[in-house]
Design a binder for this molecule. Sequence first.
Ligand SMILES: NC(=O)c1ccc[n+]([C@@H]2O[C@H](COP(=O)([O-])OP(=O)(O)OC[C@H]3O[C@@H](n4cnc5c(N)ncnc54)[C@H](O)[C@@H]3O)[C@@H](O)[C@H]2O)c1
Ligand SMILES: O=C(O)[C@H](O)COP(=O)(O)O
Length: 409
Amino acid sequence: MAKHSLDKDKIKILLLEGVHQSAVDVFERAGYTNIEYHKAALSEEALLTAIKDAHFVGIRSRTQLTEAVLSHAAKIVGIGCFCIGTNQVNLAAAEKLGVPVFNAPFSNTRSVAELVLGEIIMLLRGIPQRNAKAHRGGWLKSATGSFEARGKTLGVIGYGHIGTQLGILAETLGMRVMFFDIEDKLPLGNAQQVHSMEQLMSLADVVSLHVPETPQTKEMIAHAQLACMRKGSILINASRGTVVDIDALAAALKEEHLAGAAIDVFPVEPKSNTDEFVSPLRGLDNVILTPHIGGSTAEAQENIGIEVAGKLAKYSDNGSTMTAVNFPEVSLAVHSGASRLLHIHRNRPGILIQINLAFAEKGINIAAQYLQTTADIGYVVMDVDSDQADQALIELQAIEGTIRTRLLH
Ligand SMILES: NC(=O)c1ccc[n+]([C@@H]2O[C@H](COP(=O)([O-])OP(=O)(O)OC[C@H]3O[C@@H](n4cnc5c(N)ncnc54)[C@H](O)[C@@H]3O)[C@@H](O)[C@H]2O)c1
Ligand SMILES: O=C(O)[C@H](O)COP(=O)(O)O
């Protein structure tokens, strides 16, 4: 019988920001019952308390897992971002602690693409301002500033999962699709890659942003880039709030250089639904403001819950790290009839030799062994006879450069 480092009911899973019930169901089906569930993000102080004894933490885009927060998480084994973006986690700090971070890279792709497609039609028709006027008792029946999407040019910046989906959907409306990406990308449908962002912006009737938050994308759309956009064109941002200089955008809209915008993400977002939303874009009728709900559909949230909880449970049960965003990726078979040991260490030459020598000296037989590394850490997985597992764990813990070890269920 396999030995356990920790019984499943002792493994605390902390789920924040109202991740979907499907995640709880996956954990419970896998035998993990010690689940602390919060419908919203926690305050910084409450987070430090809750994370202290948590083995797994599940968050969405709001919770910031900084190096300081992670340093309070003495027992943390794995992190799940129940969304696409992982910029809210200090990935390098998690890696140094030997903690893999998982996300759901495509579960809400379609939801974002559909929202943006709808916004393109609404903005080209000038619906937001007509809607606002009607709510105030006005009547703006006019074809002025109202256009079909057919024949217009969509410029996609960041031609990844969402950008490509959006491109395909926009082509079905008869739009011409152009894109800018730092990588050479296979154009889907009739899309065309343009190698200068400013050139793309000068050609497009609608520009939609789908880049991740990185140091390079911080305020990549500022005064100069907005000035390249065609007069009367439209900007959509459902990527990250840091990508656009929001004051520059407000100015371009007020000067009527842009005809409208749809913004789902903001440099500063309210921490909860009861906090005030403050933005220079408030009060501009030609701007669709949405509260970071690009991926918030029933379908996406349910799928995300299943996917990310599944990855965390699999890592906990058998050590698999496939698709981890900051960690060596290892796909592992089940380890029935043996005990599995995980050894995470600082990546330096000779670790495997040290392990194998130590095991040989103690007569510990290794049934299977896997090693994968990144520049900074190494991840060794070994299956050994269950009656030798406790001794093997002691040997592993004594290896110089060890970050953490686990003996699996
Ligand atoms: N509003 C929401 O609710 C919501 C939902 C999902 C994702 N997002 C955001 O959208 C982003 C994109 O999602 P995705 O799934 O398409 O990601 P992705 O990784 O599949 O695609 C991102 C693309 O951007 C490109 N890129 C990176 N840096 C660039 C730069 N400086 N200039 C131009 N291109 C650059 C990459 O090469 C890649 O092709 C996510 O990182 C996330 O932050 C927001
Ligand atoms: O990165 C993402 O997937 C989106 O920004 C969605 O984040 P959310 O789960 O907080 O809605």
